[in-house]
Design a protein around this ligand. Structure first.
Ligand SMILES: CC(C)(COP(=O)(O)OP(=O)(O)OC[C@H]1O[C@@H](n2cnc3c(N)ncnc32)[C@H](O)[C@@H]1OP(=O)(O)O)[C@@H](O)C(=O)NCCC(=O)NCCS
Length: 223
C-alpha cells in the first residue's frame, strides 16, 4: 500500500472528525462513549481546517491512501492527520470569536431531555467554558502547537514520524523554532512516540505537555 501526504482541505473534515473520534479516548476509540460522535472533532480538529488560516494561523496535512480516488474524502482515503496553529494566542482568539459561539447554540449546556452521554456532556461543558488558554510556559518555548492522529490500521508504520516531518518543514518555513502539544496522561503510547522523536518536557509545565526543538530534527522528508 502506498500513501501520500498533502495539505488538508475543507472537504476532508468529515474524515478528520471520524479519525478524531476513533482515536479520541487517550489514543483508543471514543466511539462507544458518545451519542454525539462529532463532538471530539468539533473541539480538537475541525477549527484548524475550517477557520480562515490567515486569522487563526492554522495549518494541516493528511495521509491519503493512493489506491482510493482523489475525490474520496472519507476515511477510505484519509487515514491520518496533523493539524496545528503557528500562533496559539491568535488561534485562541479566533476560536473564541468564530468557533465556540455557534457550537454553544447548537449544543445548549442543559440537555432538555435529549439523550447525552457523560462524555458528550464533558465536551459540551468544554465548548461553553472554552478550553483553557495555553500556559505561558508553553508559549515561552513556542507560539506553535499541534495535534496528530492516525487510524489504527496505519499506526506503527512510520507515518506518524513522516507527518511530524511535514509539520517541522512547514513551521521552519515560517521561521518557527519549536512546537509543543498536550497529551492525555493515560496515553503512554503517544508519550513514548514523542520521546522517541525527540520531544521533551517543558519547564514549568505538567509532564503531559511536550515540545520539539526543530533544530534537533534532522530527518530527511520522505515524499
Ligand atoms: C501516536 C501516533 C501519532 C504515532 O504515530 P505512528 O505512525 O504510530 O508512529 P511511527 O510508526 O511513526 O513511530 C515513530 C517512532 O516512534 C515509536 N513508537 C510509536 N508508537 C510507539 C509506542 N506506542 N511505544 C513505543 N514507541 C513507539 C516507533 O517505534 C518509531 O520508532 P523507530 O522508528 O525507532 O522504530 C499514532 O500511533 C496515533 O495516532 N495514535 C492514536 C492517536 C494518538 O494517540 N495521538 C496522539 C495524541 S497526543
Amino acid at each position: 500500500m502506498s500513501f501520500t501526504i498533502r495539505p488538508v482541505v475543507s472537504a476532508d473534515t468529515l474524515a478528520l472528525s471520524r479519525i478524531c473520534l476513533l482515536t479520541g479516548d487517550a489514543g483508543q476509540s471514543a466511539e462507544p462513549l458518545h451519542r454525539h460522535p462529532e463532538l471530539p472533532g468539533l473541539a480538537w480538529a475541525l477549527p484548524y481546517v475550517l477557520l480562515p488560516s490567515e486569522i487563526a494561523h492554522t495549518w494541516g496535512f493528511v495521509l491519503v491512501d493512493d489506491a482510493v480516488p482523489d475525490e474520496d474524502h472519507t476515511t477510505k482515503a484519509i487515514k491520518g492527520y496533523i493539524v496545528g496553529a503557528s500562533d496559539t494566542r491568535a488561534y485562541e482568539s479566533a476560536t473564541n470569536l468564530e468557533w465556540w459561539p455557534d457550537l454553544r447554540v447548537r449544543f445548549p449546556l442543559k440537555s432538555d431531555g435529549e439523550k447525552r452521554t457523560k462524555a458528550d456532556q464533558k465536551y459540551i461543558d468544554l465548548l461553553h467554558r472554552g478550553p483553557d488558554p495555553a500556559l505561558e510556559a508553553c508559549l515561552a518555548v513556542s507560539t506553535a502547537h499541534m495535534h496528530i492522529n492516525l487510524l489504527p490500521e496505519v499506526q506503527r508504520r512510520g507515518w506518524g514520524r513522516k507527518l511530524i516531518g511535514y509539520a517541522v518543514n512547514h513551521l521552519r518555513g515560517q521561521g518557527i523554532g519549536a512546537v509543543w502539544l498536550g497529551i492525555d496522561k493515560r496515553n503512554t503510547a503517544a508519550m513514548n512516540f514523542y520521546e522517541k522523536l525527540g520531544f521533551k518536557g517543558i519547564n514549568g509545565a505538567p509532564n503531559n505537555l511536550m515540545a520539539l526543538e526543530l533544530n534537533t530534527w534532522n530527518e530527511p522528508r520522505i515524499e
